[in-house]
Design a protein around this ligand. Structure first.
Ligand SMILES: *Cc1c(COP(=O)(O)O)cnc(C)c1O
Length: 427
């Protein structure tokens, strides 16, 4: 396509043409979109809580009905028997995360899973106990790391090193990450970084970080809360040791939806890998013999402790089916196009109009769909102006508005609507 000027693309007709030409446009109809004054909002909060797939209700009802009709027999007789319910998610999760099906399982909640994985993969010694993470990690991750250090007898200050952006920068450079790993050397036990930083939207090069961590003998784990369903992942190929995610953001699996984990095959298949044990991680064929000796399933499933939260997983089955139908590669292509359009319109508004000089985009080009806008003036007033006009964005103290155009249900017209409201900001 020839280079179009901002005037060519900053209009409703252009956005509509892009929507009409979008091969994934019908997926928007698979979601329930909140309404504002009788028409759908422009929803940019899929990085916080993804929208509800229309099929979620039927999927939950299936289990409620099976429970009503079968009682305890639903464990084996339900249309999707509950004893093996989680297995319905493994294939789609493996596809989305670039893993093998024996490396992933849906279970628990994200922070819980981070702790369970660190029980396996943060096993510090007196000399190798340091943890590297990004500064301004999501607070729950910071708390998890701090308490892991304390649990093993270290103060957070002794154990944890945060990598900060350079002076005046808003995101990290990979050179600084690599240098920090090398400096820590044989003291380093674990690198734990978000695959995508929740605040800046920066995507980290997990392959390089993993390789560097392994070079000094450390483990590499990633929090994929903002990465799963948003960027291309190849966890197996990248040789990542472990990862965890939640499902209520880009995976659209509902508030508190069942989270998930990746454990590389080299660890998951080994009975030597330490894991905290529960009966759902035990050999499936022997589980109901109720014997005293734990025999781990030789897959990531052995990290499951408890039987599966079927009602919550029912939503995830409905949601992952949409990912399967749309195809991750197609979604990523649309995602790039949507975010590029947002970037172009917003960049124009940084230069001219009522918000010229009032904000900047702090998300680097290594990004998923999210753009983070840092305001030096008007921040909260702009956010309120958007909300009052049916554009749902996300506000982060002290001065950031995050927007995430999600390829499954956002459209180019949503972005036009956002940008035209900014262009009309009354000041
Ligand atoms: C959303 C998010 C969480 C939330 O944790 P829960 O355990 O699901 O409540 C944690 N960490 C990161 C990086 C997040 O983005």
């Amino acid at each position: 396509m020839a280079q179009l000027s901002t005037t060519d693309i900053f209009n409703a007709e252009y956005a509509q043409l892009r929507d009409d030409a979008d091969p994934l446009k019908q997926f928007r109809n698979e979601f329930l979109i909140p309404q504002h004054q009788g028409k759908p909002v422009a929803y940019f909060c899929g990085n916080s809580l993804g929208l509800q797939p229309k099929q979620a209700e039927a999927s939950i009802l299936q289990e409620l009905n099976d429970w009503a009709n079968l009682g305890v027999e639903g464990h084996t007789q339900a249309r999707r028997p509950w004893v093996s319910y989680h297995e319905h998610l493994c294939e789609a999760l493996a596809e989305i995360t670039g893993s093998k099906t024996n490396e992933v399982v849906a279970m628990n909640a994200l922070t819980v899973n981070l702790h369970l994985l660190m029980a396996s993969f943060y096993r510090p010694s007196k000399t190798r106990f340091r943890i590297l993470c990004e500064a301004k990690a999501f607070p729950s991750d910071q708390y998890a790391l701090q308490s892991q250090a304390e649990w093993h007898g270290f103060t957070p200050a002794q154990a944890i090193r945060e990598i900060h952006p350079r002076e005046g920068q808003h995101y990290l450079t990979h050179d600084d990450i690599i240098q920090a790993i090398r400096e820590e050397g044989d003291q380093l036990a674990l690198v734990m970084i978000g695959g995508v930083n929740y605040y800046s939207g920066q995507v980290f090069d997990m392959e390089v970080i993993t390789r560097e961590a392994h070079n000094v003998g450390a483990m590499a784990g990633f929090d994929l809360a903002h990465a799963i369903g948003n960027i291309q992942l190849k966890l197996h190929e990248w040789n990542v040791d472990f990862a965890a995610w939640c499902s209520y953001k880009y995976l659209n699996s509902g508030p508190g939806g069942t989270a998930g984990v990746f454990i590389h095959e080299k660890h998951a298949t080994s009975a030597e890998t330490f894991r905290l044990k529960g009966w759902w991680g035990h050999n499936k064929a022997e589980r109901f013999k109720m014997g005293p000796d734990f025999e781990p399933i030789p897959t990531a499933e052995s990290w499951q402790m408890s039987n599966a939260p079927v009602l919550s997983m029912a939503v995830q089955i409905a949601s992952l089916e949409l990912f399967r139908q749309a195809g991750m590669t197609n979604l990523l292509e649309k995602s790039k196009a949507l975010t590029a359009y947002a970037d172009q319109l917003l960049s124009g508004l940084m230069e001219q109009g009522p918000l010229a000089g009032a904000f900047e985009i702090i998300t680097p080009k290594e990004r998923g769909c999210q753009l983070s806008l840092l305001f030096s003036r008007y921040g909260r007033a702009v956010f309120d102006h958007l909300t009052a006009n049916g554009v749902i964005a996300d506000w982060r103290e002290p001065n950031v508005i995050r927007i995430a155009p999600v390829p499954l249900y956002n459209q180019f017209s949503d972005i036009y609507r956002l940008a035209s409201l900014l262009a009309q900001f009354p000041g």
